[in-house]
Design a protein around this ligand. Structure first.
Ligand code: B12
Length: 514
């Protein structure tokens, strides 16, 4: 479609001149889209942009990491009818609220759309809409975007759409404020008393084959291709179903097969080029002696434990599971519980990794875009995301081997994806460890910048975009969990441990505050 329009554009212009119609009179409504400052992901936004572009809108896509000031300046310059914001990680939610405040301050009247994996109807209603009087609409996926924009810009539909949206947001706020049956949280000290009391034994501690870090300078794309979990790839394109069954699905099967074939073709092209090709994967990983000290984990330079090279700060669940929970032996977990305490007399180990499959991806996507080929631009980004996740899986397998308990694993790809193995690899930002700033500690420990060419933005998003980082915990009882809400007591305690003011702690942990 885009290629066709690019061919036709000069003829349309010539006809406008010949017929004396001004381009302005014929101009399509303009939308300015941007991934907010500090965030790097844009697949979802790009899909929305393409869908809107194909439906008669003029989309000005500002890309990623765009400050409020630039978004508003551009919107003013192009006479935008709508602004749309996107974000993948929670720190972006604050930035979106900031844009809304700026729009209010400058007296804007146009609708503001909110989208992206980490956004929600509830967050939009509670944290963004109150800052901006005109319409603020959360859009769950690309398929809704056309209907929403159409309604917002239609003289007939606008009022009803806006009334309904406001009523829905007001209901969400009332629901939140008057939440009934909300259990009070446990005091931090009580939650700590209910930590996971592991019976620490030397034989359960996995001693890695080496300590310190190793660089994986050029990971083979072909090898990673075999580790890809394809199910989320189809979800990216709003095709519901599990791989491989999705390929024979009566409704979406044909489309899924075509998409999969094209993805495999592009993947083959990337893999075939080998080292030095346009897209490359690099990573760093390592292991260090470590012990828990309360809810923190001290990481040591070597087994003498004389020098602390990093301190990881973990957060503890404070939900009260009541008498029945206590009777079932339910615990209030923190990741520190999975590392032997300093006073146990045992030396334990923690692992860390940071991988990217995004080197060269932006350049390749930009080349496709310059050729009006948005489809392949999105495809290459989606494949790179799959490769990054595959790299994390592949390296976790390596780490389990280095820890000594993975060698005997006889797991197929499905079992690997279903995480049927010992040990976990929680990533800062995921539910067990929602504090994104811990990536700063992780990157410094690994030397990820110089080792893998990776970076962190001011919101702790990683560059290149197709990147994953996290910790390895090897104890057999280590498991994934969700932190849930935390109390003011833990907020203050955590701020003290991190050397933050309370305001800083509130900013970074806001999604986990009551
Ligand atoms: C795939 C995935 C990844 C991929 C890439 C993500 C991507 N392409 O966007 C990879 C593996 C690289 C990745 C990495 C990470 N991820 Co991730 N990831 C996901 C996952 C599983 C799916 C996201 C996705 O791609 N969806 C498909 C796309 C097409 O959808 P979308 O972006 O949401 O866009 C749609 C709509 O939101 C909407 N939309 C989007 N933008 C806009 C804009 C406008 C204007 C409108 C109208 C609509 C709209 O339309 C789009 C199309 O339908 C989610 C969980 C989930 N189920 O959402 C976690 C998730 C987003 N990831 C998360 C995290 C934490 C991370 C990491 C920080 C983990 C880490 N430490 O390594 C990194 C960060 C990467 C970085 N560069 O900094 C968290 C974020 C929450 C948080 N606490 O911050 C999530 C929610 C998982 C979770 N439950 O904790 N991730």
């Amino acid at each position: 479609m885009k290629k066709a329009v690019a061919v036709l554009e000069p003829y349309i212009k010539a006809e406008q001149i010949a017929s004396g119609t001004s381009a302005e009179a014929q101009r399509k409504p303009r939308l300015v889209l941007a991934t907010v400052k500090g965030d790097v992901h844009d697949i979802g936004k790009n899909i929305v942009g393409v869908v809107l572009g194909c439906n008669g809108y003029d989309v000005i896509d500002l890309g990623v990491m765009v400050p409020a000031e630039k978004i508003l300046r551009t919107a003013r310059e192009v006479g935008a009818s709508v602004i749309g914001l996107s974000g993948l990680i929670t720190p972006s939610l604050d930035e979106m609220a900031h844009v809304a405040k700026e729009m209010a301050r400058e007296g804007w009247q146009i609708p503001l759309l909110i989208g992206g994996a980490t956004t929600s109807k509830a967050h939009t209603a509670l944290k963004i809409a109150p800052h901006y009087g005109p319409s603020v609409v959360h859009v769950i996926d690309a398929s809704r975007a056309v209907g929403v924009v159409g309604s917002l810009l239609s003289d007939n539909l606008r009022e009803k759409f806006d009334d309904d949206n406001r009523a829905q947001q007001a209901a969400l706020r009332t629901q939140f404020e008057g939440r009934v049956g909300r259990k009070p949280l446990l005091p931090l000290l009580e939650a700590r008393r209910r930590h996971l009391a592991i019976d620490w034994k030397a034989e359960d501690i996995a001693r890695p084959a080496f300590t310190g870090r190793r660089v994986v300078a050029d990971m083979s794309i072909r090898e990673l291709a075999g580790w890809i979990d394809w199910t989320p790839f189809f979800r990216t394109w709003e095709l519901a179903g599990h791989y491989p069954e999705i390929l024979s699905d009566p409704v979406v099967g044909e489309t899924a097969r075509k998409l999969h074939e094209e993805a495999l073709g592009l993947l083959d092209e990337l893999a075939g080029m080998g080292a030095g090709g346009p897209v490359r994967a690099r990573g760093v990983y390592g292991f260090w002696p470590a012990n828990s000290v309360g809810d923190d984990i001290e990481v040591y330079a070597d087994e003498s434990r004389g020098q602390v090279v990093a301190t990881l700060h973990t957060l503890r669940q404070q939900m009260d599971r009541g008498e029945s929970g206590a009777a079932r032996g339910a615990t209030n977990l923190a990741l520190a519980d999975f590392i032997a305490p300093k006073d146990s007399g045992l030396i334990d180990y923690v692992g860390a990794f940071a991988v990217t499959a995004g080197i060269g991806v932006k350049e390749m996507a930009d080349r496709f875009k310059a050729d009006h080929d948005d489809y392949n631009a999105i495809l290459v980004e989606a494949i790179a995301d799959r490769l990054a996740e595959a790299f994390a899986e592949r390296l976790h397998k390596q780490a389990r081997d280095d820890f000594g308990y993975g060698a005997g694993e006889a797991l197929g790809p499905a079992e690997i994806v279903a995480e049927k193995y010992r040990g976990i690899r929680p990533a800062p930002g995921y539910p067990a460890c929602p504090d994104h700033t811990e990536k700063g500690t992780l990157f410094a420990l690994l030397g990820a910048e110089e080792g893998a060419g990776m970076g962190l933005t001011e919101s702790f998003a990683m560059t290149p975009a197709s990147s994953v980082s996290g910790w390895y915990f090897a104890h057999p009882e280590a498991r994934y969990f969700g932190l849930g809400k935390i109390g003011r007591d833990q907020l203050a305690d955590y701020a003290r441990r991190k050397g933050w003011t309370l305001d800083e702690a509130e900013r970074w942990l806001s999604p986990n505050l009551e």
